[in-house]
Design a binder for this molecule. Sequence first.
Ligand SMILES: *[C@@H]1O[C@H](CO)[C@@H](O)[C@H](O)[C@H]1NC(C)=O
Ligand SMILES: *[C@@H]1O[C@H](CO)[C@@H](O)[C@H](O)[C@H]1NC(C)=O
Ligand SMILES: *[C@@H]1O[C@H](CO)[C@@H](O)[C@H](O)[C@H]1NC(C)=O
Ligand SMILES: *[C@@H]1O[C@H](CO)[C@@H](O)[C@H](O)[C@H]1NC(C)=O
Ligand SMILES: *[C@@H]1O[C@H](CO)[C@@H](O)[C@H](O)[C@H]1NC(C)=O
Ligand SMILES: [Zn+2]
Length: 502
Amino acid sequence: MMAKQKTQSLKVIIAVILVCIFLITFSGIFLFMNFKEEQFVGAINEDIDMSQSVLIISIDAFRHDYFECAEAPNLKGMSDQIHIQKLIPPFPSKTFVSHYSQITGLYPAWSGIVANTMYDSEQNLTFSIGSSSSQESFWWWGEPFWISNQREGHLSGTVFWVASEVGIYGRNESPTYPTYYLSYDRDVTYKARIDQFFDWLDLPEAIRPNFYTLYFESVDDMGHMYGPCSKEVTEAIEDVDNWIGYLIRGLEARGLWKAPNGLNVIVDSDHGMTKTSKDKVIIIDDYIQIETSLIHCAHMEHLHLYPSLKDDFRYNDLDCQKRNSQLFHDDSRQNKKRFQKNLNQNSPSQDYEAQVVNFSPVTQIIPAEGKEEQVYQKLVNASQNWTVYKKEDVPSKYHYSWEGNSRIKPIIIVLDLGWSISDRAYYEKYPDNFNGGNHGYANDHDDMAGFFVASGPAFVQENNSIEKLENLEIYQILQKIVGLKNPAPNNGTMKNVESLFQ
Ligand SMILES: *[C@@H]1O[C@H](CO)[C@@H](O)[C@H](O)[C@H]1NC(C)=O
Ligand SMILES: *[C@@H]1O[C@H](CO)[C@@H](O)[C@H](O)[C@H]1NC(C)=O
Ligand SMILES: *[C@@H]1O[C@H](CO)[C@@H](O)[C@H](O)[C@H]1NC(C)=O
Ligand SMILES: *[C@@H]1O[C@H](CO)[C@@H](O)[C@H](O)[C@H]1NC(C)=O
Ligand SMILES: *[C@@H]1O[C@H](CO)[C@@H](O)[C@H](O)[C@H]1NC(C)=O
Ligand SMILES: [Zn+2]
């Protein structure tokens, strides 16, 4: 009896010791993990409830079918809960246009951002990616989601999103920024971006955002340089997927992944990518006489992709700004003469027929005064691998004809998938810049479709796969998750996203 009792208490003592050893080892590993990843220090807060909060991550140019050309186990894992197979970008399928359309819920004609390179004749200003003018409020119409969110007393934290570093009015009296944001800098490592997000997530509740963004650009960079599903794109996808894994582990450590009180996480892309080649380039000056002094300005998108061109380019953003302004505003003959004299090194042709605003798969053309019909007819007659529209005749499915938007120019050229456009001089000098990949084509090509996966307590839990959705509905999705009461006027429809939610 005594002996039996003794053995039993010995067993209990051994069990207690084993449990202690286990706990010590476990917490040791736990602490080591945290230490190693420089993340979260401290205990999991059981009370934290992020079920009405959301992080949206944009992987630039992740085409809808990229799961087939790369291993991406973390993203694939998310697609088991919610997967929209084709996220349809706006027309045209460009980065700035698409990100801003998503976050305002507006078609580009009403969001104000109708191309990556624009000229606003009313304001006398030129917009190109990263230019100082692009930071001015007047370009950005509508109301980005972070402003709608903050108007209802919530906070936002953005580690990059198009327009997140611009003061925008929305429905406010004065320009408004996200509560916490970083100015775009492609040199900030992906780890630093995610750690910044974690720092905001770990803030005390009173100053913690309910809306976060992250942005990764490498898949787009490699897509432009080497084409879709190239080895380089595959590697970039696998790298980004690893960082998604790092993010998921950090959320797990906080008890916020796949938990009823967890954070809702969306990963999507702004558009897809298609293969281009120097054999498929339309040389516009073979058909019409274009104004030549501004050619470099119209190639700004290429300058953005190939920074090494900088040394060779005659004008920077500001020069383009000035030249566009002068050209389009100095209507009198006298002024025009003076202007031409100033540009003697590259003087505009006396009798040009049209000005090209941007060489892009959707190209904006301003015909010279009195030559509107002539330019249109010549382009139509020449058209082979493009379609030419007068602004008012752009098919209504593209929602691009609104007369209230003067940044959409009188003639629009829409290239067939895979084609590029240039002037002859640039093409002959840099033919290889046309090999690789591009996007920006009409949004109804499959190759232009992006993707959407999501995980979190706000969404339906079972495998829910939807074939397609327009990406301006993202504004509705965010609105639904955070429970926004008073959304800004937009072009989305809540009914289109309701099936995603519990
Ligand atoms: C989810 O549904 C899609 C389409 O119905 C299917 O292809 C996929 O295998 C499903 N995944 C799981 C984990 O059930
Ligand atoms: C337009 O802006 C340029 C400078 O960017 C300036 O030189 C020019 O005078 C302006 N024109 C008008 C009509 O405001
Ligand atoms: C376009 O083609 C039509 C029919 O071939 C022709 O009558 C017209 O002159 C052409 N217009 C121009 C501007 O080349
Ligand atoms: C270009 O357009 C022509 C005329 O429409 C057509 O025959 C040809 O197949 C097109 N080329 C390509 C590569 O799409
Ligand atoms: C898009 O939304 C804006 C703002 O509500 C509205 O003015 C515009 O007419 C809408 N456009 C379309 C095509 O519905
Ligand atoms: Zn993009």
